[in-house]
Design a protein around this ligand. Sequence first.
Ligand code: APR
Length: 230
Amino acid sequence: MIMKNIFILTGAGISAQSGLKTFRDTNGLWENFKVEDVASIEGFEKNPKLVHDFYNHLRPQMLSSMPNKAHLAIADFQKRYSDGEVNLITQNVDLLHEKAGSREVFHMHGRIDECVCQHCQKVIKTLSDVSFDMPCPYCRALKLKPNIVFFGQMPMFMDEIEKMLRTCHIFIAVGTSGVVYPAAGFVMTAKYYGAETYLFNLEKAENNFYFDHQVLGKASETLPDFLENI
Ligand code: APR
């Protein structure tokens, strides 16, 4: 048996068919909000209320949305595959991979159901609205921030991700435009270390050059068959 480790990176496109907006498609989130206002550390320090309102608006939609066939196909694949590791890294802050049954999901940009206290660094489970004048339940400081990685911050799990990229044999990106680093650079690292690389996206991605195979279309229609036959 030849060991084959699989690295799966997902982006907002995988959740589009679950009714969640992507960022850069037509009518995407960044068409109606300025990234620097609601997804940067400077924006948060300047106007924390605007940022909390933005995520308070997204949170109920994300928490009530349901996984689609692409999320379910990945969860089934993780359970079934035994010829190596399957590492699932998502840029998404929704919990659709978990709802589909995926176990270990690396949320490199954080999660919508958590807040972090910028004073004591404790992470707090957050299923309803949060505001800046809510005291931290641990240290009482008024420093709660969505546990989401803003532009200008280092994404999470980067050490683990680096190791997984070096040892993966198949790299699969699903529903991501390949615009935002470091995630957009993962395919280059995987390729450098010898992986075969696949893109499952509605259209060609910015970092298309690094994909050996591009399967264009809706992920819920293209990904399940592919994972059935790896
Ligand atoms: N199936 C497959 N791909 C899809 C689908 C679908 N049903 N619908 C849209 N897509 C593709 C789009 O063509 C687009 O290339 O998903 C991609 C989504 O790209 P973005 O909106 O840029 O989302 P993403 O790549 O996840 O953004 C990365 O940017 O703003 C930050 O932190 C934010 O995590 C996010 C990061």
